[in-house]
Each structure stands twice: as C-alpha cells, then as structure tokens.
Write a protein that binds this ligand. Sequence first.
Ligand code: AMP
Ligand code: FE
Ligand code: FE
Ligand code: ZN
Length: 276
Amino acid sequence: MFADLHLHTHFSDGTWTPEALAAEARRLGLGALALTDHDTVEGCARAAAACAQHGLEFVPGTELTAEHEGHEVHILGYFLETTHPDLLRELTRFQQARQERIREMVARLNRQGVGLRPEAVFALANCRSPGRPHVARALVQHGYCGSSDEAFERFLKKHRPAWVPKCKISARRAIELIHAAGGLAVMAHPGLNHHDALIPILVEGGLDGIECWHTKHTPAQTARYLELARHHRLLVTGGSDCHGTSKGQPVLGQVRLAWEHYLRLKQAPRPAATPT
Ligand code: AMP
Ligand code: FE
Ligand code: FE
Ligand code: ZN
C-alpha cells in the first residue's frame, strides 16, 4: 500500500475536482491521500467524503506559501482541524491577497495592451485561491497566448511585465499556525528551493518533517533529505504534487510513499489545537 501526500485540486491551481482526484487515486491503487491545495482547505470536506466512498484514507492538509529572509518556502500542514478559526482567518487573508494580486497582474497586462479583465480570470479560476496558472489559462482562452507556457514566458514569469510578487507569511508563523490547528508541519520539496540552510532554522521553529520524495527530486536529492531528516529526527513524507492536467500529463502515481512512512506520520504525536 502507498500514499500520496501532496495533491492539488481546482480549489487552488489544479484542474481536478476532489471527487476526480479520489477516483484516480483509487484506480492507481493508492491507499491514502492528502489534499494540499495552496493556501486553502476548502476542498478537504469533499475530498474526505470521496475518499471514504472509495475506501481510501484521507489526510486534510494545505500548502502554505511562506518565506524566510527572502527565500520562498512552502510548508505543508497535515491532519489539520480544517474549521479552526485561527487557520481560517489567516487563509482568508491570504486568499484576499491572492485576489488582489490577480487584479494587479491584469492591470499590468492592460498596460501592455492586453485587454483581459480580472473577472475573466476569476470566472475561469472559480476558486478563492487563484494564482498565475489561472491568469495563464485565461490568456490562452481569450486568444492572447498560444499556450500557458507562452503566457509565463511573455508575461508572468518573475521580472516579466505582469509579474507581481506573492503574499507570503513567515515560515515560523506558518509552522505555528499549522500547530495551532492541531496539525503537523512539513517542509515541501526542499530540492526545489535550493536553500538547505533553511532546514535547521525551520527545525528550530518546530518543523515536524521533510518531504523527501517529490516528482521533481532526483534520487540523490531524496537520499540527501532522508539523511537530513534522520539527522534532525524529523518525519519523512512524499507526494507527487499532482495538479491534474494543469501542467501537462497528470503526475499522480509517480511518487508512492511507502505505507510505513505514512503510518509514522499518522501516528506521530500532534500538537493540541489551541482552544477557540
Ligand atoms: P503562483 O502561486 O500564482 O505564483 O503560481 C505558481 C504556479 O505557477 C506553480 O504551480 C508553478 O508550477 C506555476 N509556474 C511557475 N512558473 C511557471 C512557468 N515558467 N511555466 C509554467 N508554470 C509555471
Ligand atoms: Fe501549484
Ligand atoms: Fe509547492
Ligand atoms: Zn504543491
């Protein structure tokens, strides 16, 4: 039995519904999955119900956009109380900032002579946590670009004309918030961050685990992060980071976390959620 603990749906920048995700996971023979949409837990209730129907174990989660001294880092939260008011308040703030960012990106596109309207992006995104992939898809849908890749290359990549920095909370605050909601905090895909010096700082801040297996990690990176996790006595996790079809072929099933690691995460002592 295997688990996939890093997955997105249309509640952030994925394309699948929670139901489609659960059905695909079942078809591929997975035994457990975690939903980790960017800066939201909205899809978790539906994903839990769909997983129960398919006999899959489900972990409610999120992927928080954080930073430490200018370095972006994504923090995964697992086994969250998805109705915890502190968590929901912070996520709402995040989602408002993401929506503001879309408006700002569209304003910049307008200054470039691209007549897109923010409502077109919001309609296409149809979620509270929209991001650049939605702007890219809107540019394609309205005929301004031939592909999402072209949209990123021409407009949306860092330092291109429509790029706007994203709202991020401090990495320590992200860990605190996950703990306040009774969850475990795991550093996402460290191999993509190119800044391993963050790990001891996050450990100091209460980090519980490292995502060692990820679609974009090389075997050498996985080995390195397993060793770092052992050194810091952290849990180890893994996931495909599947976004449905938003980045080409779905990668669900390409990372299969061994059941023993899933069980260790599941059975690890969790912080008590702060009283509400
Ligand atoms: P955002 O959170 O709004 O900054 O958007 C990040 C998302 O955009 C991630 O899911 C990335 O995979 C995707 N992305 C970032 N850069 C590119 C790129 N150059 N081409 C295609 N997708 C990208
Ligand atoms: Fe994403
Ligand atoms: Fe990420
Ligand atoms: Zn992700």
